[in-house]
Design a protein around this ligand. Sequence first.
Ligand code: TXA
Ligand code: MG
Length: 342
Amino acid sequence: MKTLYLKAEDPGTVETAAKLLRDGQLVAIPTETVYGLGANAMDEDAVLHIFEAKGRPQDNPLIIHIADPADLDTYCHDIPGSARKLAEKFWPGPLTMVLPCRDLVPKRTTAGLDTIAVRCPEVEVTRKIIRAAGVPIAAPSANLSGTPSTTTANHVLHDYGTDGKIAAVVDGGECRVGLESTIVDLHGDIPILLRPGGITPEQLLEVLGDLIVDKAVISQVTADEVVRAPGMKYKHYAPKGDVTILQGTAEAVAAYVHANQTENMAVLCYEEELPLYAGLNAISYGRGDDLDSLAHGLFAALRELDESGYRTIYARCPEAGGVGYAVQNRLKKAAGFHILEV
Ligand code: TXA
Ligand code: MG
């Protein structure tokens, strides 16, 4: 069986994708954050296929994607007012909420937890597919475990090939945000930020008034630590080369890189700084003065670095305000929190 390539705008795409999902198959779907590897969240066998295809540990629960904010009550109970407010303000959009889970959701989907992560994505074709399938879609980021997330349909085909390892990919173009959704845990007394993303901490605080940042967001956690988001203990977003974040002015960083050249070295920098690295391997991931462009370009740039086989990678990293917080989080993870002041 060949993997079907479905264009978002083609007639028949929604019905074809929905039927495959109802039949228990894997379909990669576009969202505004990253591409997801989707399966029927209510079908344990289908969900098992996600873990197998991705090479994902089964203790790492999945996010379910719903077509309409009102569907939240079907899968969650004891929904606090704060969750309702967030849904009203940010859904459809790049926000995932962790809430108490109703019994109808298979344990395989939640990895046995009594909470579930839910999100209503922004991309129209994906919500149409979910609606047509008549079931919520469980979807982790579609990358193979341990590789950078997929922000184009081509990234998905690169990871899974075209010989049927997944049934189909729906091409909805480049993902608008480019980083995975913001995850906020709302099942306890105080909301906890489990993963920063396109909805910023500042935006959350405006609605919530109070927000704890989980320690897995700001520091390296090891495989045997107990963490709130099980996915956080696994080494994510890790390029094949060793990444070091260099902090300092553009000139100081460039001077450091020039003075510390090694074979097979590359620089991940801002577009406007490319001239500083003339003669070296430099890849830009966006403009330093445009955080959205950095979020949008980061994973594609990390994939490019992997393809080229660089062993040493020096990276520029933005300040933490707004979506810069999420960019910083992904880069720090890619660097194993290895940061050097220059
Ligand atoms: O933007 C996104 O969220 C993308 C797109 C496809 O929607 N999905 C995504 O899924 O990033 P994934 O599986 O790569 O990351 C989900 C994270 C994992 O770290 C997982 O451990 C955590 O969410 N998670 C899922 N359910 C949870 C729960 N009940 N409690 C705490 N963390 C949970
Ligand atoms: Mg992921």
